[in-house]
Write a protein that binds this ligand. Structure first.
Ligand SMILES: [Zn+2]
Length: 280
């Protein structure tokens, strides 16, 4: 979908342009906006099938819960290194299988799995899973059945094994169970917005831990911030733990992990910016 010259551009608009060039007979609309609790209901309501192509838990759970409440079909694909996972949630009728919260009642913590930025990605892996996701969607739209509505499909591209794991419903599921409760978004006490950090700690430091290439290509930083890329040997070894310090990265995932570890070691004046530069 993308090439090197696209780095830093809005992916939704680029994808719309690329797909329109592939097939000009289809009406494609690109929307550049961040999916959030206040617009998810409206965006999902306009569509029959939703494909989740995102790479973070917060969006994944928000999209899932919104599709559940709106009675939509959600086709979800995800990758990790050489593996992929595919599942279809058909919320149009009485559920025949478990939902995402039957598997994961609570949203996992932001930094608990490495993202593609952290652990790397081979383009062919999302290409395989993306094609499978597209195929599942075509099957749904043309009225065909798919075992992916009742099971999680695991694809291992090293061994070339495809495994289907049944996805049973849990009676105590917080979403589709007998006594649903509205899940609370996870928030750590050491996550803080930029404005709140500046208000509470006017003399605090802000350190951007992104790599040079990310700053060059994506930007978004304030010239007043310090820069200590995480890939440096011992980047935060000399961190003055007596000063309040806010760490910033692209999506708040690396800083979540770093600050979580530092806090564990007793550094109680180091903070993480949730959502990173992308959310500013
Ligand atoms: Zn459930």
């Amino acid at each position: 979908m993308y090439d090197h010259a696209d780095v830093g551009e809005a992916k939704a608009l680029l994808a719309a342009r690329h797909l329109a060039a592939l097939n000009p007979l289809i009406d494609i609309q690109g929307r550049e906006c961040r999916l959030a609790a206040d617009n998810a209901v409206e965006l999902v309501a306009e569509h029959d099938v939703v494909l989740d192509c995102t790479d973070n838990f917060a969006t994944r759970f928000l999209l899932h819960d919104t599709c559940f409440r709106a009675g939509k079909v959600l086709v979800q694909a995800g990758i990790y290194q050489y593996e992929g996972q595919l599942q279809v949630f058909d919320f149009r009728d009485e559920l025949a299988a478990g939902c995402l919260r039957c598997e994961w009642p609570e949203e996992p913590a932001t930094g608990c799995v490495g993202t593609c930025t952290d652990v790397g990605v081979i383009g062919a892996v999302p290409a395989v899973l993306g094609s499978m996701q597209a195929m599942e969607t075509i099957k749904l739209l043309t009225g065909r059945e798919t075992p992916a509505t009742a099971s999680t499909v695991l694809v291992d591209l090293l061994t070339l094994e495809i495994t289907r794991v049944a996805r049973p419903r849990r009676p105590d599921c917080p979403l589709c169970g007998a006594a649903p409760r509205r899940p609370q978004p996870r928030h750590e006490p050491w996550e803080i917005s930029l404005s709140e950090f500046k208000r509470r700690f006017p003399a605090g430091r802000v350190i951007d831990i992104r790599e040079d290439w990310e700053r060059d290509q994506v930007g978004g930083h304030d010239p007043a911030w310090e820069h200590l890329p995480l890939s440096n040997p011992h980047p935060l070894r000399d961190l003055d733990r007596r000063r309040d310090t806010l760490l910033v990265c692209q999506h708040g995932i690396r800083t979540w992990r770093v600050v979580s570890a530092l806090r564990h070691e007793g550094a109680d004046r180091v903070w993480s910016l949730p959502g990173g530069v992308s959310d500013l």
